[in-house]
Design a binder for this molecule. Structure first.
Ligand SMILES: [Zn+2]
Length: 288
């Protein structure tokens, strides 16, 4: 496998682009029935059709409160795609289910996960951008983008997306994995962290490995990226080569870090549809 490569993973636009046409904020919404992205806490409301879980489709579901103001974010399979959030206290009728929304489950297909991710990010941005962080003035939506304009000082605010680097380190025929204490027993993943000011993504990857594990790396190579809407990250994936050092775990960040061989990986790996798993599986296939 040659890097960088398009990461064929949910949450990236590629997973829905054939059937999704985005609608610019503030433009005239199409009318009529459509598909419904309804978030309730960390769950997505889906309708149960036999074994299949799908976005509710048709008129507005009856359990939506009257105060709810759904927003149309585009067309999905030719119909309006409506998005809204409801309180955790609302009871969902039997025909629907509140499905845990994350990359670990396997009941939601990639497209549903990707559309739900868009809704998560937009709703998060709307909740966090009600007032200007400069002067405290009220913010109003800008037409044609997700930006918000301060009515008092005129400053334009745009959605804050937080870049993170995530990296697999190779050493001969082994690779470095780390675990956090809050993870399930036996699960290991890649070293990752948020970008600092004045830093490239490659520098961020190398710094995180050094800080968290004491290992110095070289040849940091970009491999692909994934939108990670929990709530608003961009994960930039890298592979790097070991240069020097022995493992010294930063116990504030990690519980353990160790070298694994491709033949004997840990029992638990990151969620199946995460870029972390994608990088690890490609490495385990061909050692690259
Ligand atoms: Zn302001």
């Amino acid at each position: 496998m040659r890097y960088p490569s398009t990461v064929d993973l949910p949450f990236n636009h590629e997973a829905v682009k054939e059937h999704f046409v985005p609608l610019a904020p503030g433009s005239r919404a199409p009318e009529g029935d459509g598909h419904w992205l309804i978030l309730q806490g960390n769950s997505l409301i889906v309708s149960k059709t036999g074994e299949k879980l799908e976005l509710p489709c048709g008129a507005a579901p009856g359990f939506l409160p009257e105060t709810c103001k759904p927003l149309c974010i585009g067309l999905w399979q030719g119909l309006p795609l409506w998005m809204t959030a409801i309180s955790r206290s609302i009871e969902i009728p039997d025909f629907f289910a509140a499905e845990a929304f994350n990359a670990a489950g396997d009941r939601l297909d990639d497209a549903t996960l990707t559309l739900g991710g868009m809704a998560m990010q937009i709703l998060h941005w709307q909740r966090k951008s009600r007032f200007c962080s400069g002067c405290g003035g009220a913010l109003t939506p800008m037409t044609g983008s997700w930006g918000m304009l301060c009515s008092a000082c005129g400053y334009e605010h745009f959605p804050s997306i937080h870049p993170c680097s995530i990296v697999l380190v190779k050493r001969d025929d082994r690779f470095l994995l780390a675990r956090k204490s809050e993870w399930l027993p036996g699960r290991y993943g890649l070293v990752a962290g948020f970008l600092d000011m004045g830093e490239s993504l490659e520098e961020c990857a190398a710094r995180e490995v050094l800080e968290e594990t004491g290992i110095v790396v070289k040849n940091v190579q970009y491999v692909g990226s994934q939108c990670w809407p929990f709530p608003s990250q961009l994960m930039a994936g890298f592979v790097a080569e070991y240069e020097s050092g022995e493992i010294m775990v930063d116990s504030n960040e990690l519980e353990d870090a160790r070298w694994f061989s491709r033949e004997d990986p840990p029992e638990g790996l990151p969620p199946a549809r995460s870029i972390a798993r994608w990088i690890i599986e490609r490495y385990m296939l061909d050692g690259e």
